[in-house]
Write a protein that binds this ligand. Structure first.
Ligand code: AMP
Ligand code: MG
Length: 429
C-alpha cells in the first residue's frame, strides 16, 4: 500500500494539524530495523546495538566469595548463646585463595572478593571481631550464609546477560568484558546523508555575500548524527536549482539508508524542493502542531525516481530550514526513527521530568512548544527558566540551554512557580 494511503488509514490524521505524538507514532509504524550484523572488537562496539544475545559462558562471579574483609568460618563452630573463640588457620586474598579446608574450631582471614575457603559457610566482618594472637573472638548474633556473594549471582552460566537490541554503553562494555568476551556481534552503522538547501546559504571558509547566511544546519546535524554513531555523508549546500536538487536527492538515496534535508519545506519557499521530493518517491508533507518546527516532510525516495528499482531507496526527513527547528525536529522525530532503524530495542528514551518554572511563559493551547531552558538547582529545588529570545532562527537559544521546556499541546500559559516538564540535553557520558 502506498505511503499516502497508509497515512490516511492511520486514524484519518490531518496532515495540516498533526500532533507531535501522532507524527511520531506514524513514523515509527512505518519503519523496520535494518539489522545487518557484523562482529567487532569489544571497544569498537561502544554506541552500537547488539545484534544477538550475549550469553554468559560461565558463572559471574565464578566462585562463592566474600563480600567483606573479615573472617570465613563454619556456622556449626559458633556458640549458640555467647562469644566464640576460633583459631586463624590462614589467609584468603582476592586472587590468592586459601587452599586448605577449614577444620573444626578454625577460621580464615579473608579479604573482599577472595574465594570462600572449602568448609566455610559465612563471613564475619572484621570490625566486630576481637583479635587475640592467632585466635579471634566472634560476638554472638551471626547468621549462616552472611556476607557471601554466591557464584552466578550476578550472571548464571548459560543465561542471556544482554539481549539483542541493547545499546552498548560503558556499563555494557564492562559487563561483556566481565564475561571474558573479546568480540561482540552488533548491527552495522546506519548511513545517513544530509544536505542544506537554499540560495542564501554560504559554506564556512567563503566570505559572506549580500543577503547570505552561513550554513549552520550541516554542523548541528553532523554533531547529532555523530553522537548517535551514524556513518555520515555530508552532501554540502545545494542551491535552489531543480537539477542540482534532483541530482543530490538521487545521490543521497543511492548511498544512504536515511536522507535528511533542511530547508525548502515551508510555505512560500521558491518551491522546488517539495515537487522534487514527490517525483522521487512517496513523501508526506506535514504541518505539525509544534513550535518550532511546524513544516516537515517524511517519506521514502528512490535514486531512480518514483517506482524505481529496489535497493537504492532511503527514508527521507525533510526538516525545516530554521536552525532551531532543525534541532527540535531531529530530537522529536529523527532520533527515535534512527534508533529504530539501527535495531535498538528498547528505544533509548529521554525522560520528561518535572521542574518548577521560575518565570511566567506565554503559550496558546493547540501546539506543543519546545522552549529552550536552563535547569538549575535553586534553594533545594530544580528550577527552570527559558534562555532569552526563543525565535526559531536563534541558535544561541539552544547553545545557552541545557534542556527543553516541553509545553504540552493542550497547555496554555504558564504562571511563575508552575510545574513544567523538562527534557535534559546531556546525561552522564
Ligand atoms: P526555509 O525553510 O528554507 O524557508 O528556511 C527558513 C529559514 O532558515 C531561512 O531564514 C533560512 O535562511 C534559514 N536557513 C535555512 N537553511 C539554513 C542553514 N542550513 N543554515 C542556517 N540557516 C538556514
Ligand atoms: Mg530555503
Amino acid at each position: 500500500m502506498p505511503l499516502t494511503a497508509r497515512f490516511s488509514c492511520f486514524n484519518d490524521y490531518d496532515p495540516d494539524a498533526l500532533s507531535v505524538e501522532q507524527a511520531r507514532t506514524f513514523i515509527r509504524s512505518q519503519l523496520t530495523p535494518l539489522q545487518t550484523p557484523e562482529r567487532l572488537a569489544l571497544r569498537s562496539a561502544l554506541g552500537r546495538i547488539l545484534a544477538s544475545d550475549v550469553i554468559a559462558p560461565a558463572n559471574v562471579p565464578a566462585h562463592d566469595n566474600s563480600a567483606m574483609d573479615g573472617y570465613a568460618l563454619r556456622h556449626v563452630d559458633l556458640s549458640s548463646s555467647g562469644e566464640s573463640r576460633l583459631r586463624v588457620a590462614g589467609t584468603a586474598l582476592a586472587g590468592q585463595a586459601f587452599t586448605g579446608s577449614i577444620a573444626a574450631g578454625e577460621c580464615v582471614r579473608i579479604m573482599t572478593g577472595a574465594p570462600l575457603p572449602t568448609g566455610s559457610d559465612m563471613v564475619v566482618m572484621q570490625e566486630v571481631v576481637e583479635v587475640a594472637g592467632d585466635h579471634v573472638v566472634i560476638p554472638s548474633g551471626q547468621h549462616c550464609g552472611q556476607n557471601i556473594r554466591r557464584a552466578g549471582e550476578d550472571l548464571a552460566a548459560g543465561q542471556a546477560a544482554l539481549a539483542a537490541g541493547r545499546l552498548i554503553r560503558p556499563a555494557e562494555l564492562g559487563l561483556i568484558a566481565s564475561l571474558g568476551c573479546a568480540e561482540v556481534s552488533v548491527y552495522r552503522r546506519l548511513r545517513v546523508a544530509f544536505f542544506s538547501t537554499g540560495d542564501e546559504l554560504c559554506s564556512i571558509g567563503t566570505p559572506l555575500g549580500c543577503g547570505e547566511v552561513y550554513d549552520s544546519n550541516r554542523y548541528t546535524l553532523f554533531g547529532m548524527l555523530h553522537r548517535m554513531g551514524c556513518e555520515i555523508l555530508d552532501l554540502g549546500v545545494v542551491r535552489d536549482k531543480p537539477a542540482l536538487l534532483d541530482a543530490t536527492f538521487r545521490q543521497a538515496a543511492a548511498a544512504a539508508d536515511v536522507v535528511i534535508s533542511s530547508g525548502g519545506v515551508s510555505v512560500g519557499e521558491a518551491d522546488f524542493v517539495k515537487p522534487l521530493m514527490t517525483q522521487l518517491g512517496e513523501v508526506l508533507f506535514w504541518k505539525i502542531a509544534m513550535k518550532p518546527g511546524r513544516p516537515m516532510a517524511f517519506g521514502r525516495i528512490t535514486a531512480a525516481g518514483a517506482g524505481g528499482e529496489k535497493g537504492t531507496s532511503a527514508w527521507l526527513f525533510g526538516l525545516p530550514g530554521n536552525p532551531v527547528a532543525v534541532m527540535v525536529t531531529f530530537y522529536a522525530f529523527v532520533r527515535d526513527a534512527l534508533y529504530l532503524l539501527m535495531g535498538a530495542d528498547p528505544l533509548p528514551v529521554v525522560p520528561l521530568l518535572p521542574a518548577r518554572c521560575s518565570v511566567a511563559l506565554k503559550k496558546s493551547p493547540g501546539r506543543t512548544e519546545y522552549q529552550r531552558g536552563i535547569l538549575s538547582r535553586t534553594q533545594g529545588q530544580w528550577c527552570v527558566r527559558p534562555t532569552g529570545a526563543q525565535g526559531s532562527g536563534i541558535l544561541r537559544s539552544m547553545s545557552d540551554a541545557n534542556c527543553f521546556i516541553v509545553l504540552e499541546q493542550d497547555r496554555g500559559s504558564v504562571a511563575a512557580g508552575d510545574t513544567v516538564s523538562v527534557q535534559v540535553f546531556d546525561g552522564l557520558v
